[in-house]
Design a protein around this ligand. Structure first.
Ligand code: NAP
Length: 334
């Protein structure tokens, strides 16, 4: 068990981004944390006002300062993958614990990692995949936590208990059909994400080519058909998951596998027949999972919702931090 004297000194790289601002908000009200530094990428962006944090955080955004990052006990990396791949080894070398929100260190297989995250040339020792509900022991020992992507977080929380219980019929397709609010793409607007493209519309993207599929397949050990869509919401993810279960699987067995897995998981809410909605999880660290089961067809449809910026990013990062530090995992997240 790690022991840290409170308050624990933390720094955030990427504090001006969507995930970073969420992180700053959460860490600022975390009772065991001292925010030693919050950084942007350059002197210009450091002066950008962040009205949401006015009067709640009295610190100052400063430009990226690699040496200063190493002065904190923990560094949260809320930066693009290539920047995280570049910064993390130096921080680890200096003995800093790293909580990385990017995808840089999520994929264990070297060829797969080179395909999806080519900037990551090396997977450091002591990396743990940060899905607390399924990997707590490794996270407790980790020097770097690779927080799961937003889409895999929802899909894996729904499917892993069924996979582990042997209830999924893997001769049939596992389909994850996902809808995400626009903040999932980060702060920089693009043709796809700016208001006039999105408002009143909905579009599939990354079909059969989104890198989050590698993460889902790595954890589940089976192939996944994953289709993400952008929807005109600022935040939130809803995934509809279509699977077939093995012969003889009952509704009770499905409920039991999920219930047993999450009986002590404070952020997973099983809603059963009452299918979840984004508005019930927005701004929270909850993952809501509901399902409908057709026993005759062995067809199971699951609906899962998270807030991409909280359980899908900053909240999950804080949850991981709490686990490493030995704090109640809900600290700063209630
Ligand atoms: N958005 C989500 O829902 C979500 C969910 C899960 C994980 N993530 C991951 O979290 C990370 C941040 O995502 P985001 O959506 O918050 O992106 P974002 O809104 O584009 O913010 C990026 C942040 O990184 C900083 N930055 C950019 N290039 C940098 C560099 N070379 N060195 C240091 N800092 C740099 C930016 O600083 P400036 O202000 O100076 O530009 C900004 O603070 C990404 O790796 C993303 O994949 C995001």
């Amino acid at each position: 068990m790690n022991t840290y004297s409170s308050p624990v000194s933390v720094a955030i790289a990427g504090a001006t981004g969507y995930a970073g601002q969420e992180l700053l908000t959460l860490l600022n009200r975390h009772p065991e944390v001292h925010i030693a530094a919050a950084m942007s990428s350059s002197p210009d962006s450091a002066t950008r006002p962040m009205p949401r944090l006015a009067r709640t955080w009295d610190g100052k955004i400063e430009p990226l300062n690699r040496a200063k990052l190493t002065e904190s006990t923990f560094v949260f990396l809320a930066v693009p993958e290539a920047a995280a791949a570049d910064l993390a080894p130096e921080l680890l070398e200096a003995g800093v614990k790293v909580i990385d929100l990017s995808g840089a260190f999520r994929i264990r297989d070297a060829a797969n990692r080179a395909k999806w995250y080519p900037a990551t040339t090396l997977l450091p020792e002591g990396v743990a995949y940060g899905l607390v509900e399924h990997n707590r022991t490794a996270i407790e020992q980790a020097s770097l936590v690779a927080c799961p992507g937003c889409y895999p977080t929802a899909a894996l929380l729904a499917l892993t208990p069924l996979m582990q219980a042997g209830l999924l019929d893997l001769s049939r397709d596992v389909v994850v059909d996902a809808k995400s609010g626009i903040s999932g793409a980060g702060r920089t607007a693009s043709d796809r994400t700016h208001f006039s493209e999105n408002h009143g519309s909905m579009a599939a993207y990354g079909v059969l080519g989104h890198r989050h599929v590698a993460e889902m397949e790595q954890s589940l050990g089976c192939e996944v058909t994953f289709v993400p869509h952008l929807v005109p919401l600022d935040r939130g993810i809803l995934e509809t998951i279509y699977v077939r279960v093995t012969p003889g699987t009952t509704a009770e067995a499905i409920g039991e596998a999920l219930g047993r897995t999450y009986q002590h998981a404070p952020f997973v809410r099983l809603t059963g027949d009452a299918l979840p909605e984004i508005k019930h999880v927005a701004w929270t660290n909850f993952c809501d999972i509901g399902w409908k089961f057709d026993a005759a067809a062995r067809r199971l449809v699951m609906v899962v919702c998270i807030d991409n910026l909280v359980k899908g990013a900053a909240g999950q990062a804080v949850q991981n931090f709490n686990v490493i530090c030995g704090f109640d995992e809900r600290t700063g997240l209630r």
